[in-house]
Design a protein around this ligand. Structure first.
Ligand code: NAP
Length: 404
């Protein structure tokens, strides 16, 4: 697929109003992370619109059986398994790429128009860069790729003509609010945060938090890492950096407000003081559909939002002292270079230690801060630079965790 004319919003990576992908109907969809929370919802959206979307290729990590079952149900002809177990590739009427190059093989396969990036961490970095370099549309749920590899992703998109369409509900909200606005008219954007399950916890209560409590999000059904990152607010920190990249905004132009009902998905503040907000039910199939059909609209599987039934919408400031991960992410963004990659990797190690019962909840950001403080200044020129920073940060985080 080629993109006829890439009109991006401002200095960002997302398409501006008026852009259309140069693809036929139905659009061929590849899903990286098909067996996960976002991946399965993306498949429901594809099945809802058989005249517009077709599942061409699906990839996962190790869940060979789950992947094969999805391929049978949705008719995909190419599979990718990046960590195949002893049973190897699933047998069936499809081709299956396996091993470290599997995600890239799926993202760059013939017949793919839109790549849904819905794996956690950096697994899909090479695949996303390759798809953008080919001029493809990437529907991005996997924010870590943009946080850690932002320079590379931006370069691949600009040189290859690819575009990113957000999948995160907050960025989909911003994209919709910005559709009719010029960059000069925008003062700042405001991301909403549910506040997670510990919104009202004081320091003592936070110190007693158990992993099973942190894995229960009050509003969204998500994978375990994303749910944990929502509980610490690191997820919101990643989203701040994601918004800066996607829309080409300066750090001071991205703010966060707590909105426990999660019905206002984010807001844009214009220079005249006008606030534009996007509202909708808390159903990921809505933002996923937005990304897959963009710029078209169609009826969706998500129930419309009934405001009268929803009742009151409330907003409050973030308690940054109780949830320091947000400020840590902002600081890593300002440091630039490999610091955001270090942030992502150190956080993942600390979260894993917490889930294993080896680290108290408030120590997750302490480990991240400790590793970030020792990050050597280095630029990101290649995928290898990001991977080296990732490996360094994991080693440092494990050392900081010591015997725990
Ligand atoms: N869930 C949400 O509502 C939501 C919303 C916005 C953004 N996001 C973002 O979307 C991404 C995915 O989140 P999720 O909640 O859908 O995660 P999830 O439920 O944990 O699913 C992860 C998916 O990625 C696959 N995977 C994991 N490691 C892999 C590897 N090394 N190579 C290939 N595939 C791999 C998994 O395959 P296996 O099943 O084989 O392990 C699974 O299909 C994250 O970046 C998250 O921040 C999620």
């Amino acid at each position: 697929m080629g993109v006829s004319r890439v009109r991006r919003w401002g200095r960002g990576l997302v398409p501006a109003a008026g852009w259309r992908p140069a693809v036929g109907q139905p659009r061929g969809v590849a899903i990286l992370g098909a067996t996960g929370s976002v991946g399965r919802q993306a498949l429901e959206v594809v099945a809802r619109h058989p005249d517009r979307l077709v599942a061409v290729a699906l990839a996962a990590g190790a869940d060979s059986e789950g992947l094969a079952e999805l391929a049978r149900r949705y008719g995909a002809r190419l599979l990718g398994l990046s960590r195949p177990g002893p049973a190897g590739a699933p047998a069936g009427p499809w081709r299956c790429a396996s091993g470290p190059g599997a995600l890239e093989a799926v993202a760059t396969a013939e017949g793919v128009d839109v790549v849904v990036a819905a794996t956690p961490g950096l697994a899909a970095l090479r695949a996303v860069v390759a798809a953008l370099a080919m001029g493809r549309v990437v529907a991005l749920a996997n924010k870590e790729v943009l946080v850690a590899g932002g320079e590379l992703v931006a370069r691949a998109a600009r040189q290859g003509g690819g575009v990113l369409v957000p999948v995160d509900s907050e960025h989909v909200a911003l994209h919709q609010c910005l559709r009719g606005e010029r960059p000069e008219a925008v003062a700042r954007v405001v991301l909403t945060a549910s506040g997670g399950p510990f919104l009202r916890h004081d320091a003592q209560a936070l110190a007693r938090v158990r992993p099973e409590e942190a894995l229960r999000h009050p509003r969204w059904q998500m994978g375990p890492l994303n749910t944990l990152n929502s509980a610490t607010l690191m997820n919101k920190g990643f989203e701040v950096l994601e918004a800066q990249r996607l829309f080409g905004l300066r750090p001071e132009q991205v703010a966060v407000v707590v909105h426990p009902e999660s019905l206002v998905h984010s807001l844009v503040e214009l220079v005249d003081g006008t606030l534009l907000a996007q509202l909708g039910s808390t159903d990921m199939r809505l933002p996923v559909q937005y990304a897959l059909l963009y710029p078209d609209r169609a009826p969706s599987l998500a129930a419309p939002l009934d405001l009268a039934a929803a009742g009151r919408l409330t907003f409050e400031p973030v308690r940054r002292q109780a949830f320091p991960s947000l400020s840590l992410a902002e600081a890593a963004g300002k440091m630039g270079g490999t610091a955001p990659a270090v942030l992502v990797a150190a956080n993942e190690e600390a979260v894993a230690a917490f889930v294993a019962g080896r680290l108290p909840f408030p120590d997750i950001p302490r480990v991240v801060e400790d590793v970030l403080a020792r990050t050597p200044r280095a630029a990101v020129e290649t995928v290898e630079d990001v991977e080296a920073a990732d490996a360094w940060a994991r080693r440092e985080a494990r050392a900081a965790l010591g015997g725990r």
